[in-house]
Design a protein around this ligand. Structure first.
Ligand code: APR
Length: 229
């Protein structure tokens, strides 16, 4: 039986693909305060601005390529039962070949009904326009979990963490809950590895930290894990 390997990823894994993290550039995300664009209030106040902001993020995601860290994680499936739990709204894990990815905060390539969050549509290309509506005749918005909204995937994610034999935390500042609390569900005796050039302040039993950029730290950890019998 393959061991369960669970990987929690954040914006840091996509940084070297050219997608900006949230908290590295003076708290600004592409020049915006996240709370000015990633909240239901922002959408109510100025839906055009929010739509435009995410259209540009979607364009950047479609133009970006997975980096060596995304590809290395995909290789782990040769030897482990891998689940990636990502806070990222990009699709770079999937495009690198990972087959089991849980998107805690949604995915930017899909649109969501503003009436029923379960009503989802694939977006063709990079632009979602005002006036494009769902089957319930309400405006389509990005399929992204905003601050203050429920995180429906958190329960399945917690269950997955509770079955981890090995748990990797990668490229996340662990600032945002409930995602940051997922490591509490990982069994105490599971092996844990944290990869981040700026190691966040976290205590976990059996934790090893690798203070490297994803493109360096991930391939070397993956190589080590694949070498084990
Ligand atoms: N390789 C690995 N990690 C990196 C790299 C890199 N090249 N560059 C930066 N990092 C690390 C930073 O040191 C930091 O710890 O990535 C982390 C990024 O943290 P945040 O910007 O806070 O991103 P994240 O933790 O994913 O944010 C969580 O917050 O705004 C919300 O919903 C949004 O999903 C997001 C959530």
């Amino acid at each position: 039986m393959k061991k369960n390997l669970v990987i929690l990823t954040g914006a840091g894994i996509s940084a070297e693909s050219g997608l900006q993290t949230f908290r590295d550039a003076d708290g600004l995300w592409e020049g915006y305060n996240v709370y000015d664009v990633a909240t239901p209030e922002a959408w109510r106040r100025n839906p055009e601005m929010v739509q435009e902001f995410y259209n540009l993020r979607r364009k950047a995601v479609l133009e970006a390529e997975p980096n060596p860290a995304h590809y290395a994680l995909a290789k782990l499936e040769e030897k482990y039962a891998v689940t990636i739990i990502t806070q990222n709204i990009d699709n770079l894990h999937e495009r690198a070949g990972s087959s089991n990815v849980v998107h805690l905060h949604g995915i930017i390539t899909k649109a969501q009904s503003s009436k029923n969050p379960n009503l989802l549509y694939d977006i063709e290309g990079w632009e979602l326009k005002m006036g494009e509506k769902c089957a319930l005749n309400s405006q389509l918005r990005p399929h992204v979990v905003w601050f203050g909204e429920p995180v429906p995937m958190i329960e399945p994610a917690a269950k997955i963490c509770s079955r981890a034999d090995i748990f990797i935390i990668l490229g996340t500042s662990l600032n945002v809950y409930p995602a940051a609390g997922l490591s509490d569900f990982v069994p105490a005796d599971a092996e844990k590895i944290l990869i981040d050039p700026k190691v966040p302040d976290v205590y976990l039993p059996k934790l090893r930290t690798v203070a490297e950029k994803a493109s360096v730290g991930v391939p070397s950890v993956v190589e080590e894990l694949l070498k084990r019998s």
